[in-house]
Each structure stands twice: as structure tokens, then as C-alpha cells.
Write a protein that binds this ligand. Sequence first.
Ligand code: NAI
Ligand code: MG
Length: 499
Amino acid sequence: MAISTKKTTAKPTNGSPKLKFNTGWEYAPAPESKGHIQLKDRYDLFIGGKFVKPSSGNYFDTINPATEEKIAEIAEANTADVDKAVKSARNAYEKWWKKMAPKERAKYIFRISRLIQERARELSVIESMDGGKAIRESRDIDIPLAANHFFYYAGWADKLEYAFPNRVPQSLGVAGQIIPWNFPLLMAAWKIAPALATGNTVVLKPAETTPLTALKLAEIIQESGLPEGVVNIITGFGNTGADLVYHNDVDKIAFTGSTEVGKIIQRAVAGTNKKVTLELGGKAANIIFDDAPLDQAVEGVINGIFFNQGHVCCAGSRLFVQESVYNKVLRKLKDRIETLIVGDPLDKNTDVGAINSKSQLETINKYIGIGKSEGAEMFQSSCPIPKKGFFCRPTLFTNVSQSHRIAQEEIFGPVLAIQTFRTDEEVIEKANNTPYGLSAGVWTDKGSKIFNLTTKMRAGVVWANTYNKFDPTSPFGGYKESGFGREGGVHGLGAYLKY
Ligand code: NAI
Ligand code: MG
């Protein structure tokens, strides 16, 4: 740390004294080292336990969104490659995986979990480089949780009859899994771990902007000795995903991503035997009552919307504050936003990293423009942001009405829309007035209020006096346009079984 000679500017906001977080100390850069990571210049497709060249011969670049520099070339799988991967998964299913004793299956899954733990440091750095998220988050949340998911589901592999008493749970066959770019390794774990524990084989397609940790996972899978073809990882764009969805030898599709693509997938599988789970967008309400511990609530709101740059399907992107505490909450929020450090994802002090891609930054900026032109009032952190790379200042909007697009549509960035309310009934109605229903947050001292809200809100997950808490034992999923099916916990097993 270095002592700053800069004076703290304690300008009053709205006449009330400004909280001084900055006491004259400044953070010196604390970059995580990259020296220990191993990356190839070019990655092929992981099919049948080997890295194989794509039959298209095509490769695309994955870049670091914080520097705009190319990191590696990634193979693009075409229809023939997808077919090869599905055949390999089918073959492994019939030949080995279906017949293997469940407790033997568990050993491989435990081994994958331990290898992720062993390589946690390398995986964290690669995750932050490829996708832009702050190293603090990949190191403390994404990678440990990914290992946890494998660990948790490994434990279920030989206990399925206890999860489904008086039934005979049976695997489905080949699972096609398509994942997004906001939690790349974690989403791979959410998908692969329960599929393997229930005796299915897998073809996984990572997102085009963040394929690297899934490809490192392919190396880990090789090292674990998992029978060839039980997990296949194929990279590419939306077309590759579509080829997997349409393939007629796939028994189950698990998708996490946009509602738009979720709808396309549902149409594609209509009339087939494919089982489907869809985890799509969200526009969560985070609700602060006047009896809430306000400082704690403000921390929860900050975490709810700025965690992972707001690229979170369950982000608390709509804040509802009870009128009597509105001014106080707003002042505290603005002060707290000013303290967030935006910048180099590999710096351990960074709170908000890079936006995942240029096109996502354009989407976010488009919505900021829409918010202003609809008449909402914008407040942005005054922090410096790097000139190169894709960055966005933490932003909030006040004077927002229910009909504003920034209050209705998923922005998937660090942008918070704030509204007020007076009564419980009013806020429940406002919170439910959305096409989505993935998550919500409630901040109050009163248990009865929490129970009232959790039963009346149409949201798959409701957090009380906390936000964005994830655990492999707890089911996650949505209502309405947020999708259907549950991942995590015992519920997550059911999505991969006939029972
Ligand atoms: P997307 O839904 O296009 O991408 C997610 C995954 O689906 C990627 O692997 C992509 O290659 C694949 N995909 C694309 N088109 C496909 C198709 N026709 N068939 C099968 N797979 C296909 O999401 P995108 O365009 O990256 O982001 C757009 C918006 O979607 C974001 O701004 C955000 O609002 C939302 N989103 C929500 C996520 C969530 O966690 N619920 C994750 C990512 C995006
Ligand atoms: Mg990338």
C-alpha cells in the first residue's frame, strides 16, 4: 500500500454528510501472477478421450476482454464433428458407463473434483483472463464451487435409490449440454457432475468467448482416467450448439443462456423424446423494508448487482426500497459504489472486472442510453476505467417506473434500476410484474414478512437478508421465462433420470 497525498473530497450529497470510506490510503497494484499457468496456442476438440482436429479445419480466437489480446485459437465444431462427439458419447454409454457399478462411477467423479482443487490456482487465473471476472471471484467462488459440485454429486452416485425411494432410477443416455460465458467452469460442473453421477454420458459445448477452462477440464478428465468418450467437449458458436440440439441420438438437452435461445431450443425438441431443462434470464427484485439492517442490505444490493459485472442470471437488478428509508439507502448506495475498484481482473483488489465481450458492452451501453431517454436519472461511479478493454462503470438509475425497459428487460451488466414502495402488497405485485422468475431478495428484521414474501413471490430462489449464495445441495431454477427444471441438490439428479 502507498499513502496517497490526495485529499479526501467529502462533498455532501443532498445536504447530508458523505460517508468517508477513503481515509487517505490507496491500494497499490496486487496482480496475481500468470507465470504458473499452462496454455496451448491452439485447442482441438475433445472427443473420445483425445484432442482431435475439427473436420471443418476452422479455428476462432478467444480473447482476453480486459486487454483485447488473443489468448488462443479454438476449434470450431461443425455438424460432422458434433455427430462424431455424440457417437463417441453413445459408444461410451453402451460399452462402459451404463454397466459400471455406481460406486466405481463415483470414484472418477471424486477424482475430477480433487484434480480441480489441485489446479484451482491455474484455473482461477485462466477463468479471469478468458472471461474478465475479478480474480477474487474466480479464486473464491467459481473454482471452489465447481469442485464442490463434483464432490457433492459423486456422493450421490451409489445412493440414487435413497434419493428416489421405491423407484428404480435409470439413466437417460447421452446428454447434450450447452453453457454460457458468465460462469464458464462452474456451469460445466453444474451440468457434467449430475449427469455422470446418474450414469449418463455427455457432450458439452462451452460458450464461444470463454472456452478455456472447459478445455482445461478436458485435460483434467483425461488425467482422471475417466473412460474415453464419457465426456466430450466441443467448441464453437451457436450453430454448433444447434447441431447438438437437433441431433437425433441425444436423449437430454440441458441449456443455460438467453431466453431467446431457450425458446428456439424448446421449439426444436417439441415432438421428440428429448428431456429438457432450461435455465434462462432473470430480472430479480431485491427488496429493502424500513426495518432492515440497512448497512447489511446495502452490501447485499452491491453484491447482488455488481458481482461478476452483473453478468448473472439471478442478479438483483431491480431494487425496491420502502419509501421511509429511500433517501438514506440511496445515499449509502452511492457512497458505496464510489468505493468499488473497477479494472484489471487479475488484480486481487479489483471488485468489478471486464465486461465479457465487446457485444455485451454494446448491449449494456444501449440500455444505459434507453434508461436516460426514458427519463430515468442516472448515477455512475466516478472511478477511472482502463482505456483498453471492455469496461463499464457501476451504474444506478432512479426515477424508474414499472414500464421502463430498464426495469423490464435483462441488461446483464452492472446497472441497477431503483424503485420505491409503501406496502407489502404493493411490492409483491411490483416484484412479480416481470416475464421472469428466477430469484429475489428480501431484507427485513421480521420473519413473518420473509415468509409472506417467499410464498407470494414467483421466483425459484428467494434469499432473505443475504444475496447470491450458492451451494451444490440447494436447487436452482426458474418460473415463467426464466426456464424450467432445477439444477443442484436432489432435484438436480431427477433431471438426468427416468424414475
Ligand atoms: P446465448 O444464449 O446466445 O448463448 C449461450 C450459449 O448458447 C452459448 O454457448 C451459445 O454458443 C449457445 N447458442 C447460441 N445460439 C444457439 C442455438 N441456436 N442453439 C443452441 N445453442 C446456441 O447468449 P448470448 O448471446 O451470449 O447473450 C445474450 C443475452 O443472454 C445476455 O445479454 C443475457 O441477457 C442472456 N444470457 C443469460 C445467461 C444466463 O445465465 N441465464 C447466460 C448468458 C446470456
Ligand atoms: Mg475469451
